[in-house]
Design a protein around this ligand. Structure first.
Ligand SMILES: [Zn+2]
Length: 201
């Protein structure tokens, strides 16, 4: 589990280094084998086969699920995301038929885990949407998004939404030392495990 989250966060970190909202997603089968991965590529100009890039729709979960063979039954698969899925990605999870979605950090701005639809399709295959119980991953997922929203692409709406719900994390993200740690690591193309250690020290 720890390893899966680290690998999923490495995707989010690659997005951060690439100047895009840091979110990563990974689909595992029932045995824990990796089936597909995706990263947010909203601001990326680099094309990746089978994934969206340079688009407002280029979300991590959508990109992971886009890689699933449509003939594969993924009801017993789990999609891990570093951030609570938005309405688009909850919709994509329903369309893909994935059984479970687990997210590290809540997204008080655009998170849609509580989104409810009532049609036959949703009744038959709405995934279980679960928050990761280990709050260290919650903090890391939120910190990445917050530092990005403060430091790289100013997004006051996102920061204000977190301030209402998780004010301590906003305080950490606004700390000059935390921001310098992330900024320097991104500039140095540091591997994710070094960033995790620095942020959890
Ligand atoms: Zn999304």
């Amino acid at each position: 589990m720890q390893r899966s989250w680290d690998d999923t966060f490495a995707l989010a970190w690659a997005s951060y280094i690439g100047g895009t909202t840091p979110v990563g997603a990974m689909l595992l089968d029932r045995d824990g084998t990796r089936v597909a991965t995706g990263a947010n590529r909203r601001y990326s100009s680099e094309p990746v086969a089978g994934q969206l890039s340079g688009s407002r729709l280029a979300h991590a979960e959508l990109n992971a699920l886009a890689g699933v063979d449509p003939l594969t039954d993924v009801r017993d698969h789990t999609l891990y995301s570093t951030l609570e899925p938005c309405s688009l990605c909850v919709g994509a999870s329903i369309q893909a038929g994935v059984g479970t979605v687990v997210y590290a950090a809540p997204d008080p701005y655009g998170g849609a885990a509580s989104m409810r639809l009532d049609n036959r399709q949703v009744q038959l295959r709405r995934p279980d949407l679960l928050a990761e119980a280990d709050l260290r991953w919650r903090d890391l997922g939120a910190l990445l998004v917050l530092v990005f929203s403060i430091e790289v692409r100013r997004a006051d709406g996102i920061v204000d939404a977190y301030r209402d719900r998780l004010p301590d994390l906003v305080t950490r993200a606004e700390d000059d030392r935390i921001r310098a740690t992330v900024r320097d690591a991104a500039a140095a193309n540091a591997p994710w495990n070094e960033v995790r250690k620095a942020l959890t020290a």
